[in-house]
Structure formats: C-alpha cells, structure tokens
Design a protein around this ligand. Structure first.
Ligand code: NAP
Length: 246
C-alpha cells in the first residue's frame, strides 16, 4: 500500500496520467494532479479521488518551463515536505514527416516531453537524495524504442527520456531512489483519437495481440513501479505494447 506516500503526476487531468493518479490514490497515496491547460478535467479527477475517500490536489504548471517547474516543486515541498513518487507523464505530439517538420514543432515536443521530465527531476533531486528513498517513473513510448515514421520529434524526445532515465538511475541507485521508464504502445486516449480508422487498422496489424491497449494497462505497471515490490528494479525500460516491440 502507498498510504502516507506523496505522489506527483504530471499531465494528470486526462488520459494515461488521470488513470495513474486514480490508481496511486486508490492505493493510499496523496496525489498532486498536475495540469497545464485542462483545469476542469484536473479538478474533476481530484473530486473523484476525494469523493472515494482519497487525498488529492490539482496544481497548474507548464512543466516545459524551468522556472515555473521550480516554483511548482517548491510549492509542493513547502506544503507536503516530500515527494515519494514522481511520474513524468506530460506529453504532446506534433507529427509530420521530417522534410515538413517545423522548428517550432520540433522544439515544442522536445520541450514538453524531455525537458519537462528533466525540469521535474532536477528540481526534486535534492529532496529525493535527502530522503534516501523514492520512485521516479518516466512515461516514454514504443516510438522511442523503435522509431516511427512521421514522429522524428516525438521519437527523439521519448528515446531521450530513456537516456535520461538510465543516467539518473545510475546517479541515484546508491541513494535508494529507483528510476524507470514505461514505454506504452498504442493506447486509447485523446492522443490517439485523431488517427484515421485506416491508420488504426494498420497499427493494430503490427501488434501481436491485435488490439490497442487501455490506460489501465499503463497505470497497473506504474503502480507496481511506485510500490515496494519493485525495490530492486532500476534503470529499466518496460514496454506495455501488446508485444509490438519484441
Ligand atoms: P493525452 O490524453 O493527450 O494527455 C496528455 C497530457 O499531458 C494532458 O494531461 C496534458 O495536460 C499534459 N501536458 C501536455 N503538455 C503539458 C505541459 N507543458 N505541462 C503539463 N502537462 C502537460 O495523452 P496520453 O495518451 O494520456 O499520453 C500520456 C503520456 O503517455 C504522454 O507522455 C505520451 O507521450 C505517452 N504515450 C502515449 C501513448 C498513447 O498511445 N496514447 C503511447 C505512448 C506513450 P493539459 O491537458 O492540462 O494540457
């Protein structure tokens, strides 16, 4: 059980982040539900958690902003004194073929998906080291493991997140802080809703299990990585993708 633990989940108002926030709260953690633009969604997640007897708070922060992330972390530490579980889930896509990809689309994806995770880990690093315990879980992607045509920016950000995960895992291993990455395959959320039926069919044909995953498939693994049963696991990239990347 995560009773007494404080968890911070970035981008937790919608999709995978929301499911992770629910799962951690249901297991007893107090959850900071971070959002950037989706205030109503984040407040609805908090209301749902509190309504079922849990503890949560919604806090706005654009994690791609170094100074804003620092202020966000300070606010959380002033109030809760610690963060035991950090889930870097916030992510965006700006898909296009490389020859048509704009600099702005490249930068926006790298800034949120990779620098956002750096910002949060960087600002919480002293606190994690002082505690000599903690779990950091970075939500990467199968696109970062395999690459994906039309997603050079996104794949680069998610592959970068794997390098960040392994490096920080090595830095923190002797301090009792575990750092792992989860690489989802194709999961049914707003991020994948925009895909055409044809694209979905093509993708499903690449998945040995023949179907998209659900948000719970990811939250279940995050819950395991956040708890004591994963204490001897660090620096790993675990794919949750119906066999797509094997
Ligand atoms: P989603 O439904 O589009 O949700 C994205 C979340 O990221 C939203 O809660 C959004 O918050 C948040 N976010 C975006 N920019 C942010 C920023 N600058 N600061 C703080 N939060 C920000 O996507 P999802 O499918 O749940 O994806 C969640 C994570 O899983 C992402 O990292 C994504 O890359 C990864 N992933 C998803 C899939 C998939 O198939 N769905 C596959 C592999 C990996 P606001 O709405 O408040 O802006």
């Amino acid at each position: 059980m995560l009773t007494g633990k404080v968890a911070l989940v970035t981008g937790a108002g919608r999709g995978i982040g929301r499911e992770i926030a629910r799962a951690l709260a249901a297991d007893g953690a107090t959850v900071i539900v971070n959002y950037n633009g989706s205030q109503e969604c984040a407040e609805a997640v908090v209301a749902e958690i509190v309504g079922s007897g849990g503890s949560a708070e919604a806090v706005q922060c654009n994690v791609s902003d170094f100074a804003a992330s620092e202020a966000f972390v300070k606010e959380v530490l002033d109030k809760y004194k610690r963060v035991d579980i950090l889930v870097n889930n916030a992510g965006v896509t700006r898909d296009n073929l490389i020859m048509r990809m704009t600099e702005a689309d490249y930068d926006a994806v790298l800034d949120t998906n990779l620098k956002g995770a750096f910002n949060m880990i960087r600002h919480l690093s002293r606190s994690f080291i002082r505690q000599r315990s903690g779990k950091i879980i970075n939500i990467s992607s199968v696109s970062g493991v395999l690459g994906n045509a039309g997603q050079a920016n996104y794949s680069a950000s998610k592959a970068g997140l794997i390098g960040l995960t392994k490096s920080v895992a090595r830095e923190f291993a002797s301090r009792g802080v575990n750092v792992n990455a989860v690489a989802p395959g194709f999961i049914d959320t707003d991020m994948t809703k925009g895909m055409t039926e044809d694209a979905k069919k093509t993708l499903s044909s690449m998945i040995p299990m023949g179907k998209m995953g659900g948000t719970k498939d990811i939250a279940d693994l995050v819950l395991f990585l956040a708890g004591e049963h994963s204490d001897y696991i660090t620096g790993q990239v675990i794919c949750v993708d119906g066999g797509m990347s094997m």
